[in-house]
Design a protein. Structure first.
Length: 625
């Protein structure tokens, strides 16, 4: 069995696509892990901004902040349920915005979503490694290396296909949900038993000194904007509806409902426990840094087997939460490429019925982000929510227009649908402005700069494809005028089986053949010595046209430059003829053997493609070793 089959699975036929569709159980880890695992860093991101208030005052504000975020989450949830019903074939923000608001709005949503998915992968992996280094502090210096290793594993798993990925991720997902729900239930139970003042089993870190006396509006806005990272990933189900089996819209809605209900419990429960136990988030720059979840589990259960099970499940779930991006990013790039705004290679399906090039692109871009930010979650969070909320807003605004144009539906139903999506658009749009303002100097300016840059790139790609299509389209019958034989040029260093094959093929193409031999002035001309015996005499016996041997002396031992000059001169001097350049080439059995042979043929081919005009045709003549 080939190594590729072991790593990525056997190739799938197009007819096997139905077997790759998933159900609700697999849909939760594939499309929900990004949202669910935000419970591990969303409250902490908000609390980190409250550190100047000190533990005593800071933890009192986390529950109201998270509650406000949950209200926004519920609004977005109902909005996306309607989007799934209206677009059962996949209603991502790009599709909805393009169809209802126009191409410009669609490209804005596309750029925002691409950035969001790249950051989803980076933040998920980074947060997972943070959970690991919290449990094993000695690994903290190796954070970036661990991030890149997990990224590589995720890419390999995702190359196996949606169904295999979902199956592999079910157990880690439900282990993560189970351990956090257990933490919340036991923590709440202990809090009630203690009369609202539970005692931590493990000693908590020293209390952070208070440097700010009260919570100002600006600090509140910044904490809220950081906590909004907990909402990223909610749109993933609507983007991936096509991955579900029939009835796909219904299964997608149920999956989204389960994800949101669990997320609400995890977010509110984590924030409530932090306040009950008086646990404040730590600054990631502290030498003995631990995540908020690590501190909570220690406080409720101690540092025993449950602690390590929980932190292990958090690590797995956070790292695997990047799978949401791997599931949706290739679908997004395919949708954009279909409209000619990205290279068409993103449309192609790979050996496992995946849009593999989307996975390659996501893996490379995520690696770049992790390297630039050293794999530290807190440095990535400011960039994170901008793209998600911009996509939320455009999608919901597009749905308002969609319902407005549905004239066949009952007026009351249309008005209600418009109201739900309108509230969603207004709420997420306002949040987008808040997050952008609050996080602009902390790094959100990077996202604000990347979005128009990506849009310009997509416009450039579209312009190229439009120009190519306009130039290539041909509505006329085949032109049979001036069908003269080409002038055949065969570069030949010496006589062997490869050059013999090229000359035989050249004799089939044309009666005018020019064999070009470039030699140094001080080297013996081997080809001239055997030319009559090997070429001319056999051709004379058959009465066939004799090729011309063109000998070019190279004073400086250059080969490519004299050949190029000769071919371009021949093309210029024969404006009514095509020039066919036959390039004899040795094809080795193993890829590494290419390093043992010269690559002049490849270089000459490249230069001819770049410098020659349309009348020069390059033909490879391979000899398989």
């Amino acid at each position: 069995m080939a190594i590729s089959d072991v790593l990525f699975g056997k190739p799938l036929a197009t007819s096997e696509e139905r077997g790759e569709h998933i159900g609700i159980a697999a849909g939760i880890p594939i499309f929900g892990l990004d949202a669910l695992t935000s419970a591990a860093y969303g409250p902490e991101a908000a609390m980190t901004l409250l550190i100047p208030l000190g533990a005593a005052l800071g933890v009192t504000y986390i529950v109201p902040i998270i509650s406000a975020i949950l209200v926004l989450l519920v609004i977005v949830f109902f909005s996306y349920r309607q989007t799934i019903a209206a677009y059962p074939n996949g209603g991502g923000s790009y599709t909805v915005a393009t169809e209802n608001l126009g191409n410009n709005a669609g490209l804005l949503a596309a750029a925002a979503l691409m950035i969001d998915y790249i950051l989803t992968a980076a933040v998920g992996i980074s947060a997972g490694v943070t959970a690991l280094t919290s449990a094993v502090p000695s690994l903290q210096p190796h954070t970036l290396l661990l991030c890149l290793f997990i990224l590589m594993i995720l890419a390999i798993i995702n190359m196996r296909g949606v169904k295999d990925t979902g199956t592999a991720f079910i157990a880690p997902t439900f282990l993560f949900i189970g351990t956090l729900l257990t933490l919340i239930v036991v923590g709440v139970y202990k809090t009630i038993l203690s009369g609202g003042h539970p005692h931590s089993i493990e000693p908590l870190p020293p209390e952070i000194p208070q440097t700010v006396k009260y919570l100002g509006y600006w600090m509140l806005i910044k904490a809220f904007s950081s906590g909004c990272a907990a909402m990223t990933g909610v749109e993933a189900v609507s983007n991936g509806v096509m991955a579900f089996g029939e009835p796909r819209a219904r299964k997608a809605q149920i999956t989204l409902s389960i994800i949101v209900v669990i997320l609400i419990v995890l977010l509110f429960g984590t924030a409530w426990l932090a306040r009950a136990y008086g646990i404040m988030a730590m600054s990631p720059d502290e030498p003995n840094f631990q995540s908020l979840l690590s501190l909570l589990v220690q406080a409720v259960f101690g540092r025993g087997w449950f602690y390590y099970t929980t932190m292990g499940s958090v690590l797995l779930a956070l790292a695997l939460s990047a799978n949401t991006a791997f599931a949706d990013f290739p679908r997004l790039t395919r949708a954009i490429a279909i409209h000619d705004y990205l290279p068409h290679v993103f449309i192609l399906r790979g050996r496992r019925l995946l849009f593999s090039h989307g996975i390659y692109a996501l893996t490379g871009l995520t690696a770049v982000i992790l390297i630039l930010f050293d794999g530290v979650t807190d440095r990535l969070i400011p960039l994170y929510a901008i793209g998600a909320f911009l996509a939320f807003t455009l999608s919901q605004a597009g749905m308002v227009v969609h319902w407005k144009n549905q004239h066949g539906e009952h007026k009351g139903g249309r008005v209600w649908h418009m109201f739900v999506n309108g509230v969603g658009a207004g709420a997420t749009g306002l949040t987008l402005i808040v997050v952008l303002v609050a996080k602009f100097m902390a790094g959100a300016w990077v996202t604000a700069l990347l979005v128009p840059t990506l849009i310009l790139i997509m416009y450039s790609v579209k312009k190229h494809y439009t120009r190519v299509h306009a130039e290539m389209v041909d509505r006329t019958p085949i032109n049979l005028e001036n069908l003269t034989q080409p002038i055949v040029v065969i570069p030949m260093a010496h006589w062997d089986r490869i050059t013999e094959k090229a000359l035989r093929f050249g004799l089939l193409l044309s009666k005018e053949i020019k064999v070009v031999h470039v030699h140094s002035e001080d080297d013996p001309d081997e080809l001239a010595g055997c030319w009559d015996e090997m070429v001319l005499d056999p051709l004379k016996e058959k009465g066939m046209q004799e090729p011309e041997l063109v000998r070019i002396a190279s004073s400086y031992r250059f080969i490519i430059a004299p050949l190029m000059e000769y071919i371009l001169t021949l093309e210029r001097d024969n404006p009514d003829r095509k020039v066919a350049v036959l390039l004899p080439e040795l094809v080795v059995k193993h890829w590494w053997e290419n390093a043992l042979h010269g690559q002049r043929v490849q270089l000459l081919k490249l230069l001819l493609l770049l410098r020659a005009k349309q009348r020069v045709v390059v033909v490879n003549i391979p000899w398989y070793l």
